[in-house]
Design a protein around this ligand. Structure first.
Ligand code: GLU
Length: 417
């Protein structure tokens, strides 16, 4: 069994991508298969090396590893060879219509109540017409001629699915500048890498219909497919609008633990509660069959709650390098139970050793001075607090909020516990 995660390096990975990567990795691990990383970087304008490097870094941070890494930009020869085969088989045909011409045709078809499918006008282009167009300086782009059938497959998540290819336009697979496009290159790669299972987002279902046809045209048996329903935000709205803040980079910068993210994403969209465990444990229980067919809600509060639990269980050794300079194990053990995000430890270190903003508390001045006077002499230890509080209660008669409120504010700058 071989699976792949195939992001385009045109932006930072976000939780939606991470979920697909993780599903592939866990699936491979569960079944003893190989997980491949492929960078879909044929678009020279949108692909950037820094995004490619970040993808590797972010996946590693999440704890994933891969058997091999390939780049589509290294494989242009393979795509050219496959294109020649398809041309020889009459499955690729040259086209010259401009964007405006195509738009006009689409509109005309819509007006007549027909689906806006490409009319294949260029299929009947004669040699002379083509030669004339090329003599006029035009270069053709190439469409793949879809079979006039309905493609069916048993989806690993969605169940029986079909795509009526008559309702789909013949896809452009090679641009006029010679650049091959994803729909096509992905199939060539999946064949060459002997990918057995394609696990990706539900937005690719139509592509799957088209790609199964391309697999067949290239003489290969299509792999199995599984499409994960898309993520929505916690109100059921589109998550895509908020994805910038949900990149793995920004979550890491915010102090989110990779274990919490993996635990959350591994079971998102299933009826099972997240399991805070290492990746091999998540893999052993991983089952695509448990993923629901409807959209999954991404709820930041749930992720934060998991992060809180993850932090609570972390040893000092696991975080020492990420704590503010000087922070000790005793400090970590004291504060970890208060944190939603590791970053908040900074604030607590300021409370312990740095500067904090404390409002002037005129009404409480006498009480606070008294409290300061009653502090037991140093050295302070674990028993100091209890002794001090007991002394203050006895001396002032204060309890609860009246006792702890002003102390908290004076000592931490925090109004709430
Ligand atoms: N580069 C494609 C994407 O990021 C890959 C889709 C696929 O898995 O085939 O959507």
């Amino acid at each position: 069994m071989t699976v792949r995660f195939a992001p385009s390096p045109t932006g930072w990975l976000h939780v939606g991508n991470a979920r697909i990567a993780l599903a592939n990795w866990l699936f491979a691990r569960h079944h003893g298969g190989a997980f491949l990383l492929r960078l879909d970087d044929t678009d020279p304008v949108r692909s950037r090396p820094e995004y490619a490097a970040a993808i590797e870094q972010d996946l590693r941070w999440l704890g994933l590893d891969w058997a091999s890494l390939s780049r589509q930009s290294d494989r242009l020869d393979r795509y050219a060879a496959a294109a020649e085969r398809l041309k020889a088989a009459g499955r690729l045909y040259p086209c010259f219509e401009s964007e405006e011409e195509l738009r006009a045709k689409r509109e005309a078809r819509l007006k007549r109540g027909k689906p806006p499918v490409y009319d294949r006008a260029m299929l009947s282009l004669t040699q002379e017409q083509r030669a004339a167009a090329e003599a006029g300086g035009k270069r053709p782009y190439w469409r793949f001629r879809l079979d006039d059938t309905t493609v069916r497959w048993e989806d690993g998540v969605l169940g029986r699915r079909e795509v009526k290819l008559q309702a789909v336009s013949d896809p452009v697979v090679i641009r006029a500048d010679g650049l091959p496009l994803y729909t096509f290159t992905s199939v060539v790669d999946d064949i060459d890498a002997a990918v057995t299972d394609v696990i990706r987002g539900e937005d690719h279902v139509t592509n799957t219909g088209v790609q199964i046809d391309i697999f067949r045209a290239l003489g290969a048996a299509p792999p199995r497919f599984a499409h994960l329903p898309l993520l929505t935000d916690s109100d059921g709205g589109k998550l895509s609008k908020r994805l910038d803040g949900l990149s793995l980079r920004s979550l890491r910068a915010d102090g989110m633990e990779p274990t919490a993210i993996a635990a959350y994403l591994a079971r998102l969209g299933t009826a099972d509660d997240p399991l805070l465990a290492d990746l091999p444990t998540l893999a052993s229980g991983f089952d695509l069959g448990r993923v629901s067919r409807s959209a999954a809600r991404f709820d930041m509060r749930q992720l934060l709650a998991l992060n809180r639990r993850a932090l609570h269980g972390l040893d000092y050794a696991a975080v020492a390098g990420r704590l503010p300079a000087g922070a000790t194990e005793a400090f970590w053990l004291a504060v970890r139970g208060n944190l939603d995000l590791l970053d908040e430890a900074r604030h607590w270190w300021d409370v312990v050793a740095g500067d904090i903003d404390v409002p002037v508390m005129t009404d409480e001045a006498a009480f606070l001075r008294d409290a300061a006077d009653r502090l037991p002499p140093e050295p302070w230890g674990e028993a100091t607090w209890a002794a001090w509080i007991a002394a203050l209660k006895a001396a002032t008669g204060r309890t609860g909020k009246r006792l702890f409120g002003p102390l908290r504010l004076a000592l931490t700058g925090e109004a709430e516990g």
